[in-house]
Design a protein around this ligand. Structure first.
Ligand SMILES: Nc1nc2c(ncn2[C@@H]2O[C@H](COP(=O)(O)OP(=O)(O)OP(=O)(O)O)[C@@H](O)[C@H]2O)c(=O)[nH]1
Ligand SMILES: [Mg+2]
Length: 334
């Protein structure tokens, strides 16, 4: 599961990526600083893991993380190969959710496509390129399918998507093949000016990358106050990670084993067999059964063994659909 950071050049994508992942991707005040994508992991703040760890007192606590990909900036004509060409469009196709950064800060030292700030116009430029790139993909696919009698249903389906795209409409989310960029979930991030309130009509997650860089070492209370002053989201960077996590339709399950208490991510609706595979392929191959305890029961029992003895855990087979917050002990043949 990956979140791709996209937008025009010089809008603060790599700076945001560094804040999210604590990486050191190259940042500079000229366009196309990022050429090859940067990949990093961001920690998901998880209060339940803290509560579980308080009980287990494990020396090692491992939280769940989401992958972020910082992608090269794109400009008008990108779908035809302008700017850095269109290889990076494949990088966008490869992610599950798009984080679209829009510049709402003034800074004459950092070149922008035009002097006047028009965030909604900037957003449309990027969106149009993505629509055009998707149109091209659909047209190539239509060309292939129309020659084959057995692909007539697929061809009709492609014609419908083509029509929607030409009207500038994003295709349905359920459309995963071909992998259209505009069908992906999108979170818009407004990169605000650290000094002035943004009063434009564009909506999105309000954050000032520059301010976040400056306040990194402050207390949570101070951070929230400063964010509120410019009408940014008070949850800042961790709130954005949380929103990305929610948009990915994931759940969390936990394991307590030896000296480690750990949170794991899983696609909503997955079976416990898939959960076992996340931990280790041997566990999936040799799966016998799982012992499952809901989070709230664990907190009540204050111990996994005590919960077992009180009959609070349930033995489940491989088909069991994992619930968010389940604490799972897998029995397997090694
Ligand atoms: N004033 C101000 N400057 C910022 C902000 N965010 C980033 N910058 C500056 O803008 C310049 C570009 O930032 P990057 O993070 O490299 O931007 P990018 O979108 O990754 O750019 P490309 O990789 O070239 O597409 C750098 O000089 C940053 O320090 C911000 O919120 N406010
Ligand atoms: Mg960059």
């Amino acid at each position: 599961m990956k979140v791709g950071i996209i937008g025009l050049p010089n809008v603060g994508k790599s700076s945001l990526f560094n804040l999210l992942t604590s990486a050191h991707a190259h940042v500079a005040n000229f366009p196309f600083t990022t050429i090859d994508r940067n990949v990093g992991m961001a920690p998901i703040y998880d209060q339940r893991l803290d509560m579980i760890a308080q009980i287990t007192r494990s020396p090692k606590i491992t939280g769940a993380q989401i992958e972020f990909v910082d992608i090269a900036g794109l400009i008008e004509g990108a779908s035809r190969g302008e700017g850095l060409g269109n290889t990076f469009l494949a990088h966008i196709r490869d992610v599950d959710v798009v984080l679209h950064v829009v510049r709402c800060f003034h800074d004459p030292q950092i070149p922008h496509i035009e002097a006047k700030l028009r965030p909604d116009h900037d957003y449309d430029i990027v969106r149009t390129e993505l629509l055009l790139a998707d149109l091209e993909l659909i047209e190539r696919r239509m060309e292939k399918t129309k020659k084959k009698a057995e692909c007539q249903d697929e061809c009709q389906y492609l014609v419908k998507i083509h029509e929607a795209l030409t009207r500038g409409k994003a295709p349905d989310r359920s459309c995963v093949d071909p992998p259209l960029i505009t069908a992906k979930k999108e979170i818009i991030v407004l990169n605000l000016d650290e000094n002035t309130e943004y009063t434009g009509k564009m909506e999105g997650y309000r954050l000032s990358v520059k301010m976040e860089e400056d306040i990194v070492d402050m207390s949570e209370g101070e951070k929230q106050e400063l964010r509120a002053e410019i009408h940014a989201e008070t949850a800042g960077i961790s709130g954005l990670i949380d929103q990305c996590y929610r948009s990915l339709s994931l759940i969390m399950f936990y394991t307590i084993k030896g000296d480690e208490t750990r949170a794991w991510l899983l696609k909503e609706g997955s079976s416990v067999l898939e959960a076992a595979g996340k931990i280790h392929s041997d566990m999936e191959k040799g799966f016998i059964k799982a012992e499952v305890l809901p989070y709230k029961d664990f907190i009540e029992a204050k111990d996994f063994t005590a919960a077992q003895q009180a009959g609070m855990t349930k033995i489940e087979g491989k088909e069991y659909v994992v619930h968010d917050g389940d604490i799972i002990l897998i029995k397997f043949r090694a």
